[in-house]
Design a protein around this ligand. Structure first.
Ligand code: FES
Length: 99
């Protein structure tokens, strides 16, 4: 199984995790603190910006998709508790930016 590289650029930390791992779990492995609430894609507390190629994260499913839409975030924001890596390299930076 190919591991996925997840880089937390603000913290300067990188971990390699199996496909299907959430970005929140990756943050935990990297020792990066993330403020969370529900951990189920509903509160939006952990909306961060991600930079990756197509297909490197699994597409947002419900309820993440609805929560991001309600928050009005930019298209590059995902909820760390819900976004799961798929392949390649994902860079995660800072907090969400309203669209
Ligand atoms: S912690 Fe609530 S949406 Fe992720």
């Amino acid at each position: 199984m190919d591991l996925v590289e997840v880089a937390f650029t603000d913290a300067g930390k990188t971990v390699f995790v199996p496909p299907g791992t959430t970005l929140l779990a990756a943050a935990g492995m990297a020792g990066v603190d993330v403020a969370t609430g529900c951990t189920r894609g509903m509160c939006g507390t952990d909306a961060w910006r991600v930079d990756c190629g197509a297909g490197e994260l699994q597409p947002a499913a419900e309820p993440e998709r609805s929560t991001l839409q309600r928050m009005g975030t930019t298209a590059d924001c995902r909820l760390l508790c819900s976004a799961r890596v798929q392949r390649g390299r994902v860079a995660v930076t800072g907090d969400a930016v309203a669209g």
